[in-house]
Design a protein around this ligand. Structure first.
Ligand code: PDD
Length: 284
């Protein structure tokens, strides 16, 4: 494999040579936003949707998209060509730039634009077959989780709690209602019906959430977008996670209790197949 090539402020260079000044507001305040774009066979998957969400996140924090759709497309194409293997994820981060420390926005400071590629972390076959173990925690994050902010301490602490007990993800519940997980969206299946909470300020609108209507239609699964109560999560027949890297993943243990049969269920299998189909369709 060739050495990793990244992009920093207009220059492509080896990842281990890239440097950002310590006064970058991303470092000082977590003042920036990010994206994780999956790519299969060096072609980004749902690129337009990811770049549109980046624009919305930037807008929410009072920044403009520094590059625009065409330049992002060219940048991602270069990174994907310059890195291995063929299946990659592109991490994009835009911060409010380097300035003397002051909470208020600096004037006329150029943003820091960074992107790098990492090999697509395919879910191991054993985990796919077995399904994931999850824990639940109260969602104590800020009330603007719809912004894909790089300030992820709430998500990091939530995820660490599941890592410490050998589980794969932490599902978050606020006031008795399912929000999302530390780095994925969450779906429940009861009596053959798939339900996921409506997107609002308490959840990140995952790109796979936007794809779910089409996937469910392909899979022949009825889909309801409605608030999902914690008790429904606890007596679900199936629980699913979606994200750029997990794609669609079954949850078979919740808080050390078996979910449904304890095996990835039929709705999972149908939606996972539909997702693989959507990837294939893009490649054709
Ligand atoms: N995480 N919710 C949160 C809090 C997330 O961090 C993510 C993605 C999602 C799923 O969104 P998408 O389908 O667009 O990947 C939901 C990425 C993968 C990450 O931070 O690594």
């Amino acid at each position: 494999m060739r050495p990793s090539i990244c992009h920093l402020n207009g220059v492509d260079l080896p990842l281990d040579e890239a440097r950002v000044p310590v006064l970058d507001r991303g470092f000082i305040f977590g003042d920036g936003v990010y994206e994780v774009v999956p790519a299969y066979g060096r072609v980004p998957f749902r690129f337009d949707e990811h770049i549109a969400r980046l624009g919305r996140s930037l807008g929410e924090i009072g920044m403009r998209d520094p590059l625009g759709h065409e330049a992002w497309a060219a940048l991602l194409a270069r990174l994907l060509a310059d890195n291995d293997p063929a299946d990659q994820c592109i991490y994009i981060q835009v911060t409010r730039g380097v300035a003397r420390r002051d909470h208020a926005f600096p004037k006329d400071t150029p943003p820091t634009v960074f992107a790098y590629s990492f090999p697509f972390p395919h879910v191991p076959e054993s985990l796919r077959r077995q399904g994931a173990a999850c824990i639940t925690l109260p969602d104590t994050r800020w009330l603007r989780a719809h912004i894909k902010s790089i300030a992820l301490l709430g998500n990091v602490l939530a995820r660490q709690a599941s890592a410490e007990v050998g589980a794969q993800e932490t599902i978050l519940v606020r006031d008795g209602w399912l929000t999302e997980a530390s780095a994925s969206n969450v779906w429940v299946v009861r009596h053959g019906r798939l339900a996921g909470p409506p997107m609002d300020n308490l959840k990140l609108a995952g790109i796979r959430v936007g794809l779910m209507d089409a996937l469910a239609a392909t899979a022949g699964v009825p889909l309801e977008r409605r608030p999902v109560a914690e008790w429904e999560l606890r007596c679900a027949d199936e629980i699913l996670l979606t994200s750029a890297t997990k794609e669609v993943l079954a949850v078979t243990t919740l808080d050390e209790r078996q979910v449904g049969t304890g095996k990835p269920g039929p709705v999972y299998a149908a939606l996972y197949a539909a997702y693989q189909g959507a990837k294939q369709q893009q490649a054709d």
